[in-house]
Design a protein around this ligand. Structure first.
Ligand SMILES: [Zn+2]
Length: 158
């Protein structure tokens, strides 16, 4: 039997197992080969955007004060894969979906972007600033990575 044949057998065996034990082998997420084949990411309603701005701005104001950092404006965005960013003009951008995440996860992204006002890079120095303000930042980052699908639901903040 060829190598490919053996691989197919193993794959078929795993598929049988997956059918028997769906909780052990969760169904694979669909792979979209083309951008336009992915489901559309719906933007926030006016009410969701308002609520997101309220929640996110409060966290930004709190942490900017605590860290002694000055920023210009906060923009609320609907992005597929970015939680936040910081511009050279000291404006901060945040994905509206963060407002539906646990407050600690939101705080981590806010702290991350605020620390870019000090260091416009991801150097060791930058991460030292983040860690000083948010010692559990690795766990917060992991939570966000693991819960992307949850935060892509359109019924957040209702
Ligand atoms: Zn960054």
């Amino acid at each position: 039997m060829s190598v490919i044949g053996v691989c197919r057998d193993v794959r078929d065996f795993l598929r049988t197992l997956a059918g028997d034990l769906p909780e052990v082998f969760p169904p694979a997420r669909p792979v979209y080969r083309r951008r336009y084949m992915r489901p559309r990411l719906t933007g926030p309603t006016a009410a969701q955007r308002r609520r997101a701005r309220e929640i996110i701005s409060a966290s930004v104001a709190h942490w900017a004060g605590a860290l002694g950092l000055e920023y210009k404006k906060v923009f609320i965005k609907n992005q597929r894969s970015m939680w936040g960013s910081c511009s050279g003009r000291r404006n901060l951008n945040f994905n509206w979906r963060l407002a539906a995440a646990p407050p600690e996860a939101l705080d981590y992204v806010v702290i991350h972007e605020l620390c870019h006002l000090r260091e416009m890079n991801h150097s060791k120095k930058f991460w030292a600033h983040v860690e000083a303000a948010c010692p559990a930042y690795k766990a917060r980052r992991r939570w966000l990575r693991d819960n992307v699908a949850l935060l892509r639901r359109s019924d957040l903040l209702n």
